[in-house]
Ligand binder design. Structure first.
Ligand SMILES: [Zn+2]
Length: 267
């Protein structure tokens, strides 16, 4: 069910059902550049779509919160159209969502995330919920799909993300603007292997800078080219990620939230 569809008096009764418990699901992402062809909304339209599919499959098990379209993305803010709300703002919003569902009697929360920059804020809100007697789970859909299938490993604004965006909003992907990305390495011996990572003598070191200064095209540029995107590929990934997430929510709804805490108190 959708939280936004309920009256406050119905919301007050969500957590009072019998059987397995309800899991609150917050689809969240970012509004930020996604390479030459990807829409700025890529990171939030994808979790939004997955959440809608979850609602259709298990409406009595999942409580879907409105999608949060903004996130933490300071390194991409130099690209036009990108919005960075910062860590503190994200934490404030996430804690507000957690408090709201707790007041409805819901103690299980799934952060369904589309953007890596949000992770620190999600971790903070997840522990905040834990210390109030609840339990959170975090699914980064783009990490999950790379674990489900090796060939679905993806980079920012690359073929996988573009394909999934294409499956959801074909008119929002601008293939006519495609050009090959060029990486500006730190030095001949410090090669960027991802937006913020350089390789030195076989190991990876993180070196933060504005993404526009390392990859002016804004896409990952490390083998996951947006040119390999297709709506069919995106549809397969969406189906697989949704199937996994539905099964996870069903299991999450059954666990005993007091189990680990009892052990800790006894030990
Ligand atoms: Zn993205």
């Amino acid at each position: 069910m959708y939280l936004a569809s309920l009256s406050w008096s119905k919301a007050a009764k969500i957590g009072s059902g019998s059987g397995g418990e309800i899991v609150a699901v917050l689809p969240m992402g970012s509004l930020e550049e996604h390479g030459p062809v990807g829409p700025l909304g890529t990171d939030h339209i994808i979790p939004h779509e997955i959440a809608e599919r979850i609602e259709k499959r298990i409406p009595d098990r999942a409580l879907i919160l409105p999608t949060l379209p903004y996130g933490v993305t300071p390194a991409l803010a130099g690209f036009p159209g990108s919005v960075d709300i910062g860590y503190e703002a994200l934490c404030a919003v996430l804690k507000g969502c957690v408090d709201a569902v707790l007041r409805c009697g819901v103690k299980r929360f799934l952060f369904l995330n589309g953007h890596g920059g949000n992770t620190a804020g999600i971790d903070t809100a997840a522990l905040y919920l834990y210390h109030k007697g609840g339990q959170a789970a975090e699914i980064d859909w783009w990490v999950l799909c790379g674990q489900l299938r090796q060939e679905w490993l993806c980079g920012h604004g690359g073929g996988v993300e573009t394909a999934v965006a294409m499956a959801i909003k074909p008119d929002w992907v601008h293939m006519e603007d495609l050009f090959e990305s060029q990486v500006i390495h730190m030095s001949p011996r410090l090669k960027n292997t991802h937006i913020h990572n350089v390789e030195f003598e076989g190991a990876s070191v993180k070196m933060m800078r504005d993404a526009a200064d390392s990859i002016p095209s804004g896409d990952a540029g490390y083998g996951d080219s947006p040119s390999r995107a297709s709506a069919a590929l995106g549809a397969d990934i969406l189906n697989a990620v949704t199937d996994y997430t539905v099964k996870f929510i069903e299991e999450f709804s059954k666990i005993d939230l007091s189990a680990g805490r009892k052990q800790r108190n006894n030990g």
